[in-house]
Write a protein that binds this ligand. Structure first.
Ligand code: FAD
Ligand code: NAI
Length: 466
């Protein structure tokens, strides 16, 4: 029986990163993956393919609407097959990259579905049905998450799709009905709107992107509406009739009431994701789950069973690739006797729409409810020189700083390139920076990040360009 220091179950960003860090630290490591390719949800059906389509569709829209304003004359023509092939090549390159990294780090990659047979024992069933048992001192569960489903509405990935089907539609739907105005609904809704679909988003709550700062949510919704998305808020989809040529969705007020029928060609169900633990044998192994079905862990990622650990989407916290990666590194370091740690106060969250939305730290609502006094520094992108010349003046930067110490508590960006710009704010928060620290840091001109500096100056009411 093959024996290891560590077996990681799942090769998503949590699992493969954990395995690499463990191997770097001298642990004999294996990764078990049931999918045909490595990289998990993120690389195969998540972050990477969605960003490929967001990138391509954004350029398509720009070519059609903005290029002429810059003196570039083109008439873009959509080749959806070609765009999908571009996306697939991006995925292929990335999953092969993980393959390479596992080999480079001498990690045994085992294909098959893992089940924890006992603490220290993992049974792997291959595609051919053959079962092998592996032994390890430690097991890390990194099995990720799966699509949350709507009761009574069956996802066939053809007409009623999850994000997975929405990443591979064979043609642009005339009308796409999106259920859920969260990050997937807005990102993939944006892709198909840009490619020509009429997009209606039905959201249970009274605004888009629940959980984010209120001002960010309101501004984002206004901008998406201006782009042509329609929102039906405080509403729910209760049924979808698939019998006809077009889908007929019953939409009713969230609190219940008279339903209306909305016809659509495709319905995207994007109401969240749930931890994935099917077939892992957790109950038999005695691994405790929390009230939402996530693997329960302590602050060191240890489960209720000694020798079994868990990270990523399958445990509590934001379901984000970089959060999973950082936990992978932390648990590997803990297993190697080091002090692995993740700072959950400085995890960025980015929505890759246009404009992008990127946040880190606390929202105004969170600070108010915690009774923390804060100052606000805000800078509109209309006042940023680079944004003006680029014609990307939508949005703003907002910095929230402690009223007494000036320490940065939250940074909220709605603007072009916000996903890259947030890195500066994350680093500042990691180092416990004050708004004054950011304000006194020289920022290259002309760049969009100058807006971050101006917002930091605005905290002390001394912004220059406003
Ligand atoms: P996963 O990536 O889900 O990997 C788990 C792996 O475990 C899978 O490959 C699965 O096959 C395998 N597995 C499960 N059970 C077993 C078993 N019993 N035996 C063997 N293998 C098993 N996050 C971001 O940060 N940025 C983004 O831009 C972003 N975009 C996204 C877009 C979409 C459409 C979706 C769906 C998600 C997106 N996410 C994004 C979220 C991100 O994909 C997840 O947070 C991340 O993949 C979680 O990593 P993980 O390692 O915990 O799990
Ligand atoms: P989400 O949690 O972001 O949004 C789900 C939305 O659906 C919420 O607004 C919720 O109020 C709404 N909703 C729930 N039940 C509903 C119902 N019955 N009817 C109507 N609306 C309903 O989940 P989403 O968008 O599915 O994404 C899942 C996760 O994947 C995200 O939370 C995120 O962690 C990850 N992800 C991250 C991305 C990124 O970082 N850019 C991109 C895509 C996904």
């Amino acid at each position: 029986m093959a024996s290891y220091d560590l077996i990681v179950i799942g090769s998503g960003p949590g699992g493969y990163v954990c395995a690499i860090r463990a191997a770097q630290l001298g642990l004999k490591t294996a990764v078990v993956e049931k999918r045909a390719t490595f990289g998990g949800t993120c690389l195969n059906i998540g972050c990477i393919p969605s960003k490929a389509l967001l990138h391509a569709s954004e350029l398509y829209e720009e070519a059609g609407h903005t290029f002429s304003k810059m003196g570039i004359g083109v008439a873009p023509k959509l080749d959806l097959k070609g765009m999908m092939a571009f996306k697939d090549r991006g995925v292929d390159g990335n999953v092969k990259g993980v393959d390479f990294l596992l080999k480079k780090n001498k990690i045994d990659a085992v294909r098959g579905t893992a089940r924890i047979a006992a603490p220290g024992q993992v049974e792997v069933t291959g595609e051919d049905g053959k079962v092998q048992t592996l032994e390890a001192r430690s097991i890390v569960i990194a099995t990720g998450s799966d699509v949350a489903r709507l009761k009574g509405i069956e996802i066939d990935e053809q007409r009623i799709v999850s994000s997975t089907g929405a990443l591979s539609l064979p043609q642009v739907p005339k009308h796409l009905l999106v259920v859920g105005a969260g990050v997937i609904g807005l990102e993939l809704g944006s892709v198909w709107r840009r490619l020509g679909a009429q997009v209606t988003v039905v959201e249970f709550l009274d605004g888009v992107l629940p959980g984010m700062d209120g001002e960010v949510r309101r501004q984002a919704q206004r901008l998406f509406e201006k782009q042509g998305m329609t929102f039906k808020l405080s509403s729910k989809v209760t049924a979808v009739d698939t019998s006809g040529k077009r889908l007929k969705a019953s939409v009713e007020p969230a609190k219940g009431g008279t339903p209306e029928t909305i016809e659509a060609d495709v319905v995207l169900v994007s109401i969240g994701r749930v931890p994935y633990t099917d077939g892992l044998g957790l109950k038999e192994a005695g691994v405790a789950l929390d009230e939402r079905g996530r693997v329960a862990v302590d602050s060191h990622y240890a489960t209720s069973v000694p020798g079994i650990w868990a990270i990523g989407d399958v445990i509590a916290g934001p379901m984000l690739a970089h959060k999973a990666e950082d936990e992978g590194v932390a648990v590997a370091e803990i297993l190697a006797g080091q002090a692995g740690h993740v700072n959950y106060d400085a995890i960025p969250n980015v929505v890759y729409t246009y404009p992008e939305i990127a946040v880190v730290g606390k929202s105004e609502e969170e600070l108010k409810s915690a009774g923390i006094a804060y100052n606000v520094g805000k800078f509109p992108m209309t006042a940023n020189g680079r944004a003006k010349v680029n014609m990307t003046t939508e949005g703003f930067v907002k910095i929230l700083a402690d009223a007494t110490t000036d320490r940065v508590l939250g940074v909220h960006l709605v603007c072009a390139d916000a996903g890259n710009m947030i890195a500066e704010a994350v680093l500042a928060m990691e180092f416990g920076a004050s708004a004054e620290d950011i304000a006194r840091t020289c920022h290259a001109h002309p760049t969009l990040p100058e807006a971050v500096k101006e917002a930091a100056m605005a905290v002390a009411k001394r912004a220059i360009h406003m």
